[in-house]
Each structure stands twice: as C-alpha cells, then as structure tokens.
Design a protein around this ligand. Structure first.
Ligand code: SIN
Length: 480
C-alpha cells in the first residue's frame, strides 16, 4: 500500500484499500510540491461505498453501546499516540502550523473520547398512558448510513466531530474529505481499522470533483442522513437536494463573527484573545472574528496594541515549530483575502499593519482601522488573517451592527460588567457566544449556528442526537 507520513493514499471502501485507476495530486500550499497522488473516486466507488455502508449498518447497529464505546476508546488512544504524525500530515497538506495542528489532533481525539462515553448514555423515556392496559415508551435508534462532507480547514477535527457521534449511535458513515486535505481523513480511517472498528463502518472517498460522489450518495434512499461543513452557498444547494429522499440534515456553514469590545473591558485580555480568535488557522476558521467593534473611547489604544500583537506573529513554513501563521490553503482563498484588503483600503480604511503578500500564499497578519460598513469584508467572510476594526458609541449600536448580517455562527463580547454580558449575549442572534473568551469551541459544548450559518449542533449530547431517531412504542398489556 502506498503511504505518506504513514497515511494511505487509497480510498477506504468496504473492507479494503481501493484504487479507482485515477488519481489527483495533493500539493503542499507552502512549497507547491506534490505530496501524494491520491485515488480519485467517482460514481462507481460511491455506489460500492453505499452498498458497504448499508451492509455494515446491519451489524454495527446491533452491537451494544459498550462494544461501540470500547472501539471508540481504542480509536481515541491510537489518534493520541499518532498525534505528531497526524499534525505533520495536516501541516503538509493544508498548511496549518505544526504546533497548532497538534492542538487540532488533540481536539479531534477529544470528540472520540467524549462519544466513547456518550454512547453509553443514550437513553429513552417512559411516559404515562390514559389507558390502564397500555405502557408507552420512546426509544432511540441510529438513523442509518450517513454521508459526511468535511472541510479542509480542520482536516481531523471535522471528521471526528461527525464520525465519533455517528459511530457511537450505531450509524455507519461515508466521509468525503475536501480535495485539498484528504490524507488526514484517510489516516483516521486507517486508525479506525487498527482500533478494530468494522472497516465499512467508516469509509473515506477522496475525490478531485465532489459532484459525482455526492450525487450518488444524496440520491441513494438508503443513506438516511447528510452532514456538511462548508460554505453557505453549497449548504443551501444540499438542503434542496436532500429533500428528494427526505434525509436528515446537519449544516455547519459560514460565519461572520462580530467581536465587541466595550469600554470597561480588560484591554490586554481582549487583545490577546482577539489574536487567538482572529489569527487562529491564519483566519481560516468559521468562528474567526471577522468584524471587530470597539467602543470609541478606547479604540485608539486597542488598535495600537492589536497592531503590535499582529505584527509580532511569526509567519512561515508550517513545519517550523515557531511559526504561528502558515500559508493560506490555495490561490482562491489568497485572492479573496487580497481583494478584501484592496477594497477596504480603496474605500478609506487605514492599514495599521500587514496588508501584503509574503511569497506563495503567505499573507501578513493585517489590521485595518476606520473600516466602513460598505466595505466587502464587513459583509463577506474573509477567511484570512485580516482584522478590520470599527468603532461604536453605545450598546444598542454595537448589538445592531453585530446582528446586521445573514450569518449567525459565533459572536464575542468583552466587558467586565456582568449585567451587560448577559444582556448583550441574549440579544445577539448567534449560536455561540464567547464572553471574554476568544476560543469557546469545546467537544462537550453545542457547536452550530442560526440563520444562514446552519442547522443542528455538533458536540456534547446534542451531537449524538443528530444521529438518533426517536421511535415510539405503545405496548398493550393484559390486566392481571
Ligand atoms: C470550524 O471552523 O468550522 C471549526 C472551528 C472550531 O471547531 O472551533
């Protein structure tokens, strides 16, 4: 079997490692070099995977929660044991700095650990009947085989955040990883097999063009759920497509997170956390702060400190342990970042730091002050290391600006006033609120958005419910 950094380059289909006869190249966004020629799946492989997922579901759903938990626990241990290798793979295939990538592997593993435990906590209900000879129960059962489409920005964590609850619930899953970063997903499937998981319970179909694979799996009536993390544009299309077979659907879509800094905030903490919230993964995160609103009385100080902190970030080779900002994943993402900065500066924004390409797809961490609402980056998700700062005068204005978007994934607020923290949190139309916290994501918490940011929740007990159907049992009994 061909491997790179220990990861296979074939598709994980059924019990085997499958060659389709076609390959596509995965390149390092930093060096531009080809890392691996990966098997390119199409309609035929999607049909094979669907048949295998359906067959495997028959057996996997009948295992006990304790058996599933034991396999997940072993999978968790193997992921933790291979964290350096997986982190290197991510740094190579999508450019996440290796130190940050190691953090992602631990985050990914934590979902597996959590759902090894949650598997044992799925419980039903009994409820009273109005008839003496009836007993009423609600039980939970796995929804069936699932099709998961995962993004390139979290090649490990977005696979486990979906696969671990699905497998814990007794579902089987076919993962289509992003074409930029398929190797990490394939490596995770290899570890699943090593952990003793039934191979066809977790299959991975890498492909250069997602359309043929998605068409087959979405049209297949036996696939009972689709879960997707990616753009709002694609999510809306999927929403329509799954309606033909009435599948369950989870969507984790785009965000445009506002970051509100009130005049009573701890400025040092706010600056430190906005750096984490904004420049994490070079800004290529759905929950990254996209619009920073600062109270006008503290704005100058804030901008100065943020500019200094951004300028101090180390940019470069993602395999270097000291590097904090790696390359953007590809020319498309890079082009959008450049276009947003050019548009903002042309419309009057002041460049505080950055605003320049540093070779390849490296882009300098950027801070822009004096941004206006008509600039592209105030309404579109930039997905890059650019922090636009705008001022506000009072709480009502800050809330109004923050909510003036179709997106509703994450929002952040900085204040030392408890009443304001609660008031503003309740007024923000978002699924996740960080109160004096720039990185609220946690495996045990509900992750997901409202409005155009998606449907459903991942993480915690909410995450496993997405893979369970409720079945109602009405039982007639003989009176004694
Ligand atoms: C995402 O960007 O979708 C994931 C971010 C996170 O889990 O914090």
């Amino acid at each position: 079997m061909k491997t790179i950094e220990g990861a296979p380059t074939q598709a994980a289909i059924g019990d085997g490692w499958v060659d389709s006869g076609r390959t596509f190249d995965v390149r390092s966004p930093f060096s531009g070099k080809v890392l691996a020629s990966v098997v390119d799946c199409g309609e035929k492989e999607a049909r094979l995977a669907a048949d295998a997922a359906v067959a495997a579901f028959g057996g996997w759903k009948r295992t006990t929660a304790y058996e599933r938990s034991a396999v997940l626990r072993k999978w968790f241990e193997l992921i933790m044991a291979r964290q350096d290798q997986l982190a290197r793979l991510m740094a190579l295939e999508m450019g996440k700095p290796v130190a940050e990538a190691r953090g992602e592997v631990r985050y990914a593993a934590a979902f597996v650990e959590l759902y090894a435990e949650e598997a044992k906590r799925v419980s039903g209900e009994t409820f009273p009947s109005q008839f003496a000879n009836k007993r009423l129960f609600a039980i939970k059962q796995p929804v069936g085989p699932v099709y998961a489409v995962t993004p390139w920005n979290f090649p490990a964590a977005m696979v486990t955040r979906k696969a671990a609850p699905a497998l814990a619930a007794g579902c089987t899953m076919i993962v289509k990883p992003a074409e930029q970063s398929p190797l990490t997903a394939i490596a995770l499937a290899a570890l699943w097999r090593e952990a003793g998981g039934p191979p066809a319970a977790l299959q991975v179909l890498p492909c250069a063009d997602p359309v043929p694979v998605s068409r087959i799996l979405i049209d297949d009536d036996r696939i009972r759920k689709v879960t997707f993390t990616g753009s709002t544009e694609v999510g809306i299309k999927l929403y329509g497509q799954v309606s033909h077979t009435v599948k369950r659907l989870s969507l984790e879509l785009g965000g445009h997170a506002p970051f509100l800094v009130f005049e009573d905030a701890d400025l040092d903490l706010a600056v430190r956390e906005v750096v984490a919230a904004k420049y994490r993964n070079a800004g290529q995160t759905c929950v990254c702060a996209n619009r920073i609103y600062v109270h006008h009385r503290i704005a100058d100080q804030f901008v100065e400190r943020l500019g200094a902190a951004a300028a101090a970030l180390v940019v470069g080779d993602p395999l270097d342990e000291q590097v904090q900002i790696g390359p953007l994943v590809d020319r498309d993402v890079f082009g959008k970042v450049e276009a947003h900065v050019t548009d903002a500066v042309a419309k009057g924004a002041r460049l505080v730091t950055g605003g320049k390409a540093l070779g390849g797809t490296l882009y300098a961490p950027t801070v822009l002050a004096g941004v206006g609402s008509g600039m592209r980056l105030m309404s579109e998700e930039t997905f890059g290391p650019v922090a636009p700062v705008r001022t506000f005068r009072d709480e009502a204005e800050a809330i109004g600006e923050a909510n003036a978007t179709q997106f509703g994934l994450a929002a952040y607020l900085w204040t030392n006033d408890l009443s304001r923290a609660v008031r503003v949190s309740e007024s923000l139309d978002y699924g996740i609120i960080g109160v004096n916290d720039g990185v609220p994501s946690a495996p045990q918490a509900p992750f997901g958005g409202v409005k155009h940011s998606g449907l459903g929740r991942e993480g915690g007990h909410w995450g496993i419910d997405e893979y369970l159907d409720v079945k109602y049992l009405s039982v007639r009994i003989q009176s004694s």
